[in-house]
Design a protein around this ligand. Structure first.
Ligand code: SAM
Length: 381
C-alpha cells in the first residue's frame, strides 16, 4: 500500500473516530478519493509574517495531503503556486476544504441514494469527488464561478475517474438543469440564501450552506424548502467558508482614518470589541445586528467596525479597563450589537443551535428559540 493510501485511510479512521464519518458510505468515499490529485499545481501554507508559502504538487507529501486542514490553492483570484517561488502576501480565493468539515457537511445534508445534488463552489473538486463516489457522478452537478479553477477541477475529477456535470458560472443562480433537487450544498458562504436555491429545491428538500457576512460570524444552515417557495432552517454549528464571489465586500477605498474622523457619538463600553473577531455567538449576533459590516484592525488606529454601503461605523480605542467607542453614520452599530450581546448573555448564552431562520419572499427572519427578545428581521431587496 502506498504512503498516500495509508495516509488516506488513517485520515478516514481519524474522522470516523471524531464522529464525523458516522455513515460507512462517507467513510468509504474518504478512503477512496485521492485528495492529492486535487491539489495541483500546488498549495499555499501559512508562511512568515502573514504570507503564504507555495508548496508545488510534487512536494506535497502524505502528511500534508491528508492533514485535516484547508489547503489554499489560489490567492487573490489568480495566483497559483506556478506563479511564485517564495512566500507571498494575498487573500485565499480557492482551497480544498478541511476534510472533517466536508465530511461533516455531507453527513448533515442527509444525502441519500437517488438524490440529485448540485454543489455550489467546486474549488479543487475534492468534495465533488466525495459526492460522486457516494451517489454516482451522474447525480452530481458542481458549479464554479472561476473558469480557471473550474477547468483544473474538471481535469482532476477526470483523472480520479469521475465525470459529474460541471458548470462554470455564478452558483448564486443555482443550476436549473436537473431541478428540483433533493439537496443543494454550498461550499462557499452566502450573506443570504439565494431565492433560486429554494426555487430549485423540491418541497421537503434541503439547502445546506454557510450563512453569514463575516468570516468569523457565520453558521452552518440547514434550510428545509417549503411548498410556498420559502424555507425553515436551523443552524447546526459555526463554520467559516470563503464568501461567494459577488458578495465579497468591495475593497476599501480611501483613507480609513478619514472615514471615521467625524463621529456623532463618543462613549465608553466595557464589552470587549475583540468579540467581533473572536468567532462564536457574539460574532454571529453582531453580524445579524449589523449585516454588511466588516471589522478592520489597523496599527495606530485601533479596531473599526465599518458598513461601507451605509456609512455606519464604530471605532474602538482602549481606555484602561474599558474601551472608548466613537460611532457615526445613520445607525450607531455598536449600540445594537451591545444590546444584542447583553440580551444573549442574560438569556444564558444559548448556542447557535437554538437559532432558527424563516426565509420568505421578502425577508430572512432569525430568532433564538425560547427567547422572544432575540430576533432579527432582514428585508431582502
Ligand atoms: C472553499 S472553495 C470550495 C472548496 C471545495 N469544496 C473543495 O473541496 O475543493 C470555494 C469555491 O467557491 C467558489 N465560488 C465563489 N463564489 C462562487 C459563486 N458565486 N458561484 C460558484 N462558485 C463560487 C470559489 O471560486 C472557490 O473555488
Amino acid at each position: 500500500m502506498s504512503d498516500m493510501t495509508s495516509a488516506r485511510r488513517a485520515l478516514a479512521a481519524r474522522l470516523h473516530g471524531a464522529g464525523v464519518l458516522a455513515r460507512p458510505e462517507w467513510r468509504r468515499a474518504v478512503e477512496a478519493v485521492p485528495r492529492e490529485l486535487f491539489l495541483r499545481p500546488g498549495v499555499f501554507v501559512p508562511g512568515p509574517a502573514g504570507r503564504w508559502t507555495p508548496v508545488p504538487a510534487g512536494r506535497i507529501g502524505p502528511a500534508l495531503a491528508y492533514s485535516d486542514q484547508s489547503l489554499v490553492t489560489r490567492l487573490d483570484g489568480r495566483t497559483t503556486t506556478e506563479d511564485v517561488v517564495e512566500a507571498v502576501p494575498g487573500t485565499p480565493t480557492s482551497s480544498s476544504t478541511v476534510p472533517s468539515l466536508v465530511a461533516d457537511m455531507l453527513g448533515k445534508a442527509g444525502v441519500e441514494d437517488g438524490h440529485g445534488v448540485p454543489e455550489i463552489g467546486t474549488g479543487t473538486g475534492y468534495s465533488t469527488a466525495l459526492l460522486c463516489h457516494r451517489l454516482g457522478a451522474e447525480a452530481v452537478t458542481t458549479v464554479e464561478v472561476d473558469p480557471g479553477i473550474a477547468r483544473r477541477a474538471s481535469d482532476a475529477l477526470g483523472t480520479a475517474g469521475y465525470v459529474p456535470h460541471t458548470v462554470t458560472g455564478d452558483g448564486l443562480l443555482g443550476h436549473a438543469g436537473q431541478a428540483p433537487y433533493a439537496r443543494i450544498i454550498a461550499t462557499c458562504a452566502v450573506r443570504r440564501v439565494p431565492e433560486s436555491w429554494l426555487r430549485q429545491t423540491r418541497p421537503g428538500g434541503v439547502v445546506l450552506t454557510t450563512l453569514g457576512s463575516w468570516p468569523n460570524g457565520s453558521g452552518l444552515l440547514r434550510l428545509t424548502a417549503g411548498e410556498d417557495g420559502g424555507g425553515e432552517g436551523e443552524f447546526l454549528g459555526h463554520t467559516s467558508f470563503m464568501q461567494a464571489r459577488a458578495q465579497v465586500p468591495p475593497p476599501l477605498a480611501g483613507d480609513l482614518s478619514a472615514r471615521v474622523a467625524d463621529a456623532d457619538g463618543d462613549r465608553t463600553t466595557d464589552l470587549d470589541p475583540a468579540l467581533l473577531l473572536g468567532g462564536g455567538m457574539p460574532a454571529f449576533l453582531a453580524q445579524l445586528t449589523a449585516p454588511g459590516s466588516r471589522v478592520i484592525r489597523v496599527d495606530g488606529l485601533g479596531t473599526v467596525l465599518l458598513d461601507t454601503e451605509r456609512g455606519n461605523f464604530a471605532h474602538f480605542l482602549r481606555a484602561g479597563e474599558s474601551w472608548r467607542v466613537r460611532q457615526g453614520g445613520p445607525v450607531a452599530p455598536w449600540d445594537g450589537i451591545e444590546e444584542a450581546v447583553r440580551a444573549w448573555q442574560a438569556a444564558g448564552r444559548p448556542g447557535i443551535e437554538t437559532v432558527r431562520l424563516r426565509v420568505s419572499a421578502g425577508a430572512h427572519s432569525y430568532r433564538v428559540a425560547g427567547h422572544p427578545a432575540l430576533r432579527w428581521h432582514h428585508p431582502v431587496s
